[in-house]
Design a protein around this ligand. Structure first.
Ligand code: XIL
Length: 382
């Protein structure tokens, strides 16, 4: 007995010693805001994030999930909040995955983006069949009210309207424009504001660094504001190439949008390294290039990316982030469209079945040269 009583304090000392000691080690080595990561390095500049897919939302991708938690402080839903999935029929809503997306962001203390409320693509079929203005208005009102209210105070920024412009800056002949007329954008912003007055509201589009389309977006945002709609941010999608758009054109857009009194976001950044012979720049998801499927010339890097191209990609990302840092006062967020090259939509768009390398992490979840080229611009201690 006596012996065993003596051993208890001994084990207590040993136990508490170990736990305290391990706590100290924890404190010494893992200071979350000192870890080298994109979110930490740019924490005083802008949010850095990624679009996440359904598997990542459901935490089924151990490798990319740990990248998301370590590197990013904001998330966007790659597909899970799009109309066709959450509102497939007039009175049917399905918030299963969307709820999990928002929970994931809250759990990881992230800035949560809602993408997107009003967009002609990935829309529910029933919407494409509507011919009466009052019917479509009802559906749009119902959609915005229901979705924004559900995530009120949780989703921080909404892409209220996505891709409403043509390349020449005029309004796209979408089903919304055809049936509702040109006030639909303003109506959408006002409905979103009503449902959650504190959310940041954004207009989001591709090719906003091209002068004509940029002009159209400036006109649109100015008009929206004049008509009393709240617009906090403009999202430049940033589906870019190695050589285009030029840094000069990107800079002109940052400055021009910022002069409207809105913050600029880069919402869907990725850089394609694959041939683009049709002068296709932009990201109209409905384009069909089936005739190029299986064409080897269009898919030159089926095993790995040559060093020369890796270096070009790293330099391109570095130049872009250098510019972002120069204008950090005007930029609120930079989001990559995907986490690793494996998940990128650019493997299947605009031609299915290619092997693209547009992001900062490779197919084995390892950081690429491009990742280091960005971090090199700004270490945590600077
Ligand atoms: C893309 C997704 O990444 C794909 O998985 C989906 O098949 C099509 O849409 N502009 C946008 C994004 O605003 O929603 C698109 O995302 C890419 C272009």
């Amino acid at each position: 007995m006596i012996k065993s009583f003596k051993t208890i304090p001994f084990f207590c000392v040993l136990f508490f010693g170990i736990t305290n000691c391990s706590k100290n080690i924890y404190r010494k080595n893992i200071q979350p805001d000192k870890i080298v990561s994109l979110k930490n390095n740019f924490k005083n500049n802008f949010y850095v994030g990624a679009a996440i897919n359904e598997n990542q939302i459901l935490e089924k991708e151990i490798g990319s999930n740990s990248i998301i938690k370590k590197e990013f402080n904001t998330i966007s839903p790659e597909n899970s909040l799009k109309w066709m999935f959450i509102h497939p029929k007039p009175n049917t809503f399905n918030f299963n995955v969307a709820d999990k997306y928002v929970d994931f962001g809250i759990k990881n203390k992230m800035h949560i983006v809602g993408h997107t409320l009003v967009w002609h693509a990935q829309l529910a079929d029933f919407m494409n069949k509507v011919t009466e203005r009052s019917v479509m208005m009802n559906h749009m009102q119902n959609h915005i009210k229901k979705v924004v209210t559900r995530y009120k105070g949780k989703i921080n920024t909404w892409d209220v309207v996505n891709e409403a412009l043509n390349e020449d800056g005029t309004l796209r002949e979408s089903i919304f424009l055809k049936i509702l007329g040109n006030t639909y954008i303003e109506d959408a912003f006002k409905l979103a504001e009503k449902a959650d007055p504190n959310a940041n509201l954004a207009y989001n589009d591709y090719n906003l660094c091209k002068p004509k389309k940029r002009k159209g977006a400036i006109r649109l945002v100015r008009q929206l504001k004049q008509n009393g709609a709240k617009v906090n941010e403009v999202g430049i999608q940033a589906h870019w190439q190695l050589n285009s758009p030029s840094i000069k054109n990107i800079e002109e857009s940052i400055i021009a949008f910022s002069k409207l009194g809105v913050k600029v976001m880069f919402t869907e950044l990725d850089i394609s390294v694959l041939p683009n012979p049709w002068e296709l720049v932009g990201a109209e998801v409905n384009q069909n290039f089936e005739k190029f499927e299986g064409d080897e010339k269009m898919n030159p890097y089926t095993t790995s990316l040559p060093e020369t191209v890796k270096n070009k990609l790293a330099k391109r990302y570095q130049d872009i982030f250098k510019l972002f840092l120069k204008h950090e006062d005007k930029i609120s967020r930079v989001t990559f469209w995907g986490v690793t090259d494996k998940d990128s939509w650019l493997n299947d768009w605009p031609i299915k079945g290619r092997r693209n390398y547009p992001l900062l992490f490779d197919r084995k979840n390892q950081p690429k040269k491009a990742y280091h080229s960005i971090l090199d611009l700004k270490s945590v201690s600077k």
